[in-house]
Write a protein that binds this ligand. Structure first.
Ligand code: DON
Length: 573
């Protein structure tokens, strides 16, 4: 699962060389240059793909609001960002209306009725390799279509028909792929052929190249069904039939009844404070909001500004906080409809003060004695996040996922989209890590109809009752720590949005007991100091693909697309 360094990071290779060179020559270390992201007076959108951003901007310019734009963007990403923006997965939305009211929608996938606790174990109780990760059995009931339609029904203003049409056109007439996308398709060629057969249309004799046109005509039909029949166009009729047939073909579990019964859930967001800011985020079944608020409570006990950005002291402290918070995550968090999740306890400042009281700034704590799994590295970015602020002042923060790169790799024949492999987000056996190295137990065990625990952390931050930040990213278990760092970069280190997003990220998560550091500029003395404190350091290619927005002090909006880590693109007006 460890991925080779992608050519896509070519534009950063000189920095990588610098990073390596700096290991032996500390004096030649050069920090990242400072940069201001795209600016807007009234509105801003940041997504994983320029075409999706432009569709959203057009919707806003034509008088639509953030929820209208979210619908247009979500379906556009299903076409132009199929590896993650797909309709075969699920996700979460956190929003803040211009009057300050907030809400959250959970459209996480659910375990099919025929699923069972030990479905990925063999007769001796051992995990069957890859069964929860690749192929039909790894897919759970998709929630994205229900979610985006429900969100739009409640808060949108423009007709579905008008908003979805640009995505249908892109699917039908095609779009040109980027360099990153060509590489991704080439990289997955064998996996596509293995799961979908050698005649699968994305498997070509010649490698894909930037500028090639990609068409998803079957997906255009599915989107047309949704346009004409709404929710029923996906969860009933021909598309539901195609999904059920695909499942039967490959031994998957999703049935037409599972699809009919799927429903998104409105949830109350979790919120907390951080140095005079209010942080609003996703509650369980995401672990993201709770873990983020715990981490911020811990960080607030220290003078992070004085400790400095990406210094050994700050990284050490973050690691110690993360060790404790991710341990809580493994034991206490799961789907609140199936397991009593102690959210209030985890967010109680007294609890966290006590929990963090064993942290020493002089010495590393060892992660507990749970055996580390055979996870090589955290996988790449198969989830996607987008952030919107509309001219009326509404903000929407949405993260959706297929889980892995193109999900289960199962392409629903006739319907034109990939299905998720999200069942791997359950704890398939207590203590056995999933593909992100995350362990879990009872709270996150498989049960029919249950939602698997997530790390997705769509987040909104207010200052003095006004909107300040819209944040989120893919990255599996690194999502929580990426959002944590972006908030600290702005609040503690005074960075603008683009700088906060560009900054080198580090990550740790209790188990495995190590610190991942992006192969981007970082003072090599910091690494040496961390090693002296006892930390094991591992380099890691880019973590996350953030799409964030900052409301600056003068009220202008600064986009923070992660364009140095992917094709992210922000535009405002
Ligand atoms: O919901 C989750 O936490 C994961 N399925 C997210 C996966 C992800 O971000 C993939 N990118 N690395």
């Amino acid at each position: 699962m460890k991925k080779k360094l992608h050519l896509r990071y070519a534009k950063y290779s000189f920095l990588l060389l610098l990073f390596v060179a700096c290991q032996s020559q500390p004096t030649s270390y050069q920090p990242l240059p400072s940069e201001v992201g795209p600016l807007g007076e009234k509105a801003m959108i940041s997504t994983a793909h320029p075409l999706a951003t432009k569709i959203g901007v057009d919707i806003l310019k034509n008088g639509g609001n953030a929820f209208d734009a979210a619908l247009g963007i979500k379906f556009a990403l299903a076409v132009v960002y199929p590896r993650a923006g797909n309709i075969g997965g699920g996700g979460f939305a956190v929003y803040r209306m211009n009057d300050g009211t907030t809400g959250a929608l959970d459209f996480r996938e659910t375990a099919p009725e025929a699923s069972s606790r030990d479905m990925y174990l063999d007769e001796e109780g051992n995990v069957i390799d890859d069964l929860s990760i690749v192929g039909h059995k790894s897919a759970a009931v998709p929630g994205s279509v229900d979610g985006i339609l429900r969100l739009h029904e409640k808060h949108g203003t423009k007709p579905l028909r008008e908003l979805i049409q640009p995505a249908i056109n892109l699917a039908y007439f095609g779009f040109t792929i980027t360099q990153n996308q060509a590489e991704e398709l080439n990289e997955k060629r064998d996996a596509f052929a293995e799961v979908n057969g050698p005649d699968f249309f994305l498997v070509k004799d010649q490698p894909w190249r930037a500028g090639d046109t990609l068409k998803f005509t079957e997906l255009a039909s599915t989107l047309t069904q949704i346009r004409d029949r709404g929710r029923e166009g996906f969860y009933g009729g021909i598309v539901a039939d195609q999904i059920a047939k695909e499942m039967q073909r490959g031994g998957g579990l999703i049935t037409e009844d599972d699809l009919k019964n799927y429903t998104s859930k409105w949830r109350a967001p979790v919120s907390g404070s951080y140095r005079g800011h209010t942080v609003i985020s996703m509650p369980p079944p995401s672990s993201g909001g709770v873990a983020l608020l715990q981490l911020l409570q811990g960080a607030e006990l220290y003078n992070i500004k004085e400790m400095g950005h990406n210094t050994a002291e700050t990284i050490h402290l973050k690691t110690e906080l993360e060790r404790r918070v991710y341990a809580d995550r493994a034991t206490h968090l799961g789907d609140p409809d199936f397991y009593e999740v102690p959210v209030d306890m985890l967010l109680d400042p007294d609890y966290n003060k006590e929990r963090f009281s064993s942290i020493s700034l002089k010495k590393k704590t060892d992660s507990q004695d749970i055996k580390e799994g055979s996870v090589e590295n955290v996988e790449s970015v198969e989830t996607t996040h987008f952030s919107i602020i509309d001219p009326m002042g509404n903000a929407v923060s949405i993260t959706t996922t297929l889980n892995s790169f193109f999900g289960s790799k199962v392409y629903v024949r006739g319907a034109g989209f990939f299905l998720n492999n999200i069942m791997d987000d359950f704890s398939i056996k207590p203590g056995v890590p999933n593909q992100f190295g995350l362990v879990g137990g009872e709270a996150n065990a498989i049960e029919p109809g249950k939602r698997m625990l997530s790390s997705m952390t769509p987040t909104i931050v207010e200052k003095d009752g006004e909107l300040k930040l819209v944040l989120g990213t893919p990255g599996g278990s690194t999502i929580i720590t990426s959002v944590f760092q972006a908030i600290m970069n702005v609040v503690d280190h005074g960075m603008g949005m683009q700088d906060a997003v560009n900054a080198t990220r580090v990550h740790s998560q209790w188990l495995p007991d190590r610190i991942l550091i992006e192969e981007r500029p970082l003072d090599p003395r910091v690494v040496r100091k961390l090693e002296k404190l006892g930390h094991k350091i591992e380099p890691r290619e880019a973590m996350g693909r953030m799409n964030c927005i900052l409301v600056r002090q003068d009220g202008t909006l600064e986009g923070g697309p992660d364009y140095t880590r992917g094709d992210s693109y922000a535009e405002g007006f």
